[in-house]
Design a protein around this ligand. Structure first.
Ligand SMILES: C[S@@+](CC[C@H](N)C(=O)[O-])C[C@H]1O[C@@H](n2cnc3c(N)ncnc32)[C@H](O)[C@@H]1O
Ligand code: SF4
Length: 371
């Protein structure tokens, strides 16, 4: 079974109003020099947690955030080297980092590539200035093609772009322009997620006060279909509901591992792990995380062993989203879904049809939600 290491980098220069990931600005952490809060010493804590991972060959490494590019590239390379020295990277291992377009440079990208990173995923979100501004994104749209060009010059063969659709004020033409601009950069992979209003965020408060209005579901569905049309026409095939890749080699193997029930160890504050049927998560605050490790303690906050029913529901929820399809037995009686045009047979499996992709949650709910 595939085994992945995830490293969470819990820092951002600015918090985007819509995001509820476990990440902090320097101000939120009480300044740049607080123990565990310092970007320059963070990797020490992460390396102490890595030293606790039992020996096992690693197939994929994914550095996410937060903003990985907020810590020095040399530290990310040091972490990767330690993964290889302590656990061993499998031949051809995939090593990804996320990056914000405005916190990379030709030097940092070259350092990452030379240090063994094979894949980079830029948070582009939109090519339209007024949409980026509703999202509180700090980068200039022109910065993205520049960052992609630097990544190519540095030797990255796998470049991915993250997009968001359904932002208030985004027209259909804005979204078309975003997808077309992304395609002009010839990425190997694109993720496109609908904007989710997360409770407790500044963005959710704006929606509640009526300062911004979320689009209706039909408009969001049309944007999904438009993206799928444009991406497929450009040779990027969907392999998971919100992910398209140039070919199989360009798929994100780390995420495919998550979706297919693989195991991973998540290093960092608030990171989740899943190993030997057990799921656990770390303390959320970077200072608490660093203190625990400095005291020789585990950073784990709590954990659980999901029962067979919970595992089954999760398995179906994740795997139904894959273009390779899912065994019909996992869904029970699939005939009504096939009759509705939401599922179609694929060899001995069933797979969501194009319209079925818009109904994935409902299929899961009706098939196994009431178990
Ligand atoms: C958490 S970020 C980490 C990488 C990097 N900081 C960035 O923003 O690209 C990973 C992806 O999650 C997306 N994301 C965060 N909150 C979201 C939300 N409420 N709805 C949809 N996507 C979201 C971000 O836009 C980004 O593309
Ligand atoms: S979306 Fe990315 S850059 Fe924005 S706050 Fe979340 S993690 Fe940070």
């Amino acid at each position: 079974m595939a085994f992945g290491i995830y490293l969470h980098v819990p820092f951002c220069s600015v918090r985007c109003g819509y995001c509820d990931f476990n990440t902090y600005t320097a101000d939120e952490l009480g300044g740049p020099d607080v123990v565990g809060a310092s970007r320059s010493t963070y990797i020490e804590a992460a390396l102490s947690e890595l030293a606790r991972v039992p020996e096992r060959t690693v197939d994929t490494v994914f550095v996410g955030g937060g903003t990985p590019s907020q810590v020095p590239a040399a530290d990310l390379v040091r972490f990767l080297r330690s993964v290889d020295d302590r656990l061993g990277l499998a031949p051809g291992a995939e090593v990804t980092t996320e990056a914000n377009p405005d916190s990379v440079s030709p030097q940092s990208l070259a350092e990452l590539r030379e240090g063994g990173f094979t894949r980079i995923s830029f948070g582009m979100q939109s090519a339209v200035r007024h949409v980026l501004s509703v999202l509180d994104r700090t980068h200039d749209p022109e910065r993205v093609p520049q960052a992609v060009a630097w990544a190519r010059e540095a030797g990255f063969e796998q470049v991915s772009l993250d997009l968001i659709y359904g932002t208030p004020s985004e027209s259909m033409d804005d979204w078309r322009h975003t997808v077309e601009s992304a395609l002009e950069m010839q990425p190997d992979h694109i993720s496109a997620y609908a904007l989710i209003v997360e409770d407790g965020t500044a963005f959710a408060r704006k929606v509640r006060r009526g300062e911004v209005v979320m689009p209706d579901d039909d408009e969001t569905a049309d944007k999904y279909l438009l993206a799928d049309d444009l991406l497929e026409a450009a040779g990027l095939r969907w392999y998971e509901l919100s992910n398209w890749a140039r070919d199989e080699a360009a798929q994100c193997r780390h995420n495919v591992g998550y979706w297919n029930g693989g195991e991973w160890w998540g290093v960092g504050p608030g990171a989740h792990s899943f190993v030997d049927g057990e799921r656990w998560w770390n303390v959320k605050h970077p200072a608490a995380y660093a203190q625990r490790l400095a005291a020789g303690e585990s950073p784990r906050a709590d954990g659980e062993r999901p029962d067979a029913q919970a595992r089954h529901l999760e398995d179906v929820m994740l795997r139904i989203r894959l273009a390779e399809g899912i065994e019909p037995a996992l869904l029970g009686d699939v005939a009504p879904f096939i009759a509705a045009g939401w599922l179609e047979p694929l060899g001995d499996r069933v797979v969501l049809t194009r319209s079925g992709r818009l109904m994935a949650d409902r299929v899961v709910l009706e098939a196994v939600g009431g178990e």
